[in-house]
Design a protein around this ligand. Structure first.
Ligand code: 1GP
Length: 253
């Protein structure tokens, strides 16, 4: 039997120290462009493609995007849904996530209840994830009605992350929001990681190797970037540089 995406993530973290994932939005960029970027990102050394969805778009665009990306890469394609409709049967896995600091039970548990059967019937591998918004969180903070954790309150992030792990979630994500002015602070990552044994994902506002390296040195296991590849036509080079920073960070702590 082939290894699960979860096993592959763990193996890669063990081997490399930390890994990079590339977030793409087919509904924003179009399926062809996404596939083109995904192929270059794979060559640059990204471990997986995460497929997010725009708030206002149709599901057929999502399916087309996932299929197109799958047709050009061998690395895992993982859904990163922002709502119940963002589930495609063509992906390898889905971050089955709860927005832990939302005001609305919808984003904490109701959306998951509404989509769990679909995920199961599609045979999608579910990766249980506690998702925590730091600061304002940009669009996801607004739509998800998050009570963003202030950047200077790392102990609150730690408390929510530890609750996620204690509830059995197998990944924790600290999200500053796509395009955030400042990424999650290293001091916060450090405190959160000191209490966690599950992989810690960090994303939002990471624009260069130095920021990724700082996050990994503080304890991040997975770095997610989205905007970075949308803003360049040298995707392979940019990802390659970032991956080098990420891998060297764990080797030379
Ligand atoms: C957003 O954390 C991701 O969900 C990526 O953010 O687009 O700022 O890289 P950026």
């Amino acid at each position: 039997m082939s290894r699960s995406v979860e096993e592959r993530i763990h193996e890669e973290i063990r081997e490399k120290g930390a890994i990079h994932m590339t977030l793409l939005d087919p509904q924003k960029m179009g399926a062809n462009k996404c596939a083109e970027i995904a192929a270059e990102a794979e060559k640059g050394g990204t471990f997986a493609i995460m497929v997010g969805g725009s708030t206002l778009a149709s599901n057929s665009d999502l399916d087309d995007g996932v299929k197109e990306i799958k047709s050009v890469v061998d690395i895992p394609v993982i859904l990163f849904p922002n709502d119940v409709a963002r589930v495609s049967r063509y992906a390898d896995a889905i971050w089955f996530m709860s927005l832990l600091n939302s005001r609305l039970t919808y984003y904490v548990i109701d959306a998951q209840a509404l989509s769990a059967y679909t995920v199961k019937s599609y045979g999608l591998e579910a990766l249980p994830l506690g998702y925590i918004i730091i600061g304002q969180g940009g669009t996801v903070g607004f739509v998800g009605q998050a009570r963003g954790i202030p950047y200077d309150r790392p102990e609150l992030a730690m408390a929510y992350a530890l609750a996620a792990q204690t509830l059995g979630m197998r990944f924790v994500y600290l999200e500053a929001g796509s395009g955030a002015k400042a990424p999650v602070p290293p001091e916060m990552i450090k405190l959160v990681k000191s209490q966690l044994s599950v992989p810690l994902i960090v994303g939002g506002g990471i624009r260069d190797g130095a920021a990724a390296e700082a996050a990994v040195k503080a304890g991040a296991d997975i770095i997610v970037t989205g905007n970075m590849v949308e803003e360049t036509d040298r995707v392979r080079e940019v990802i390659n540089k970032m991956v080098a920073h990420i891998e060297s960070a764990k080797v030379n702590p």
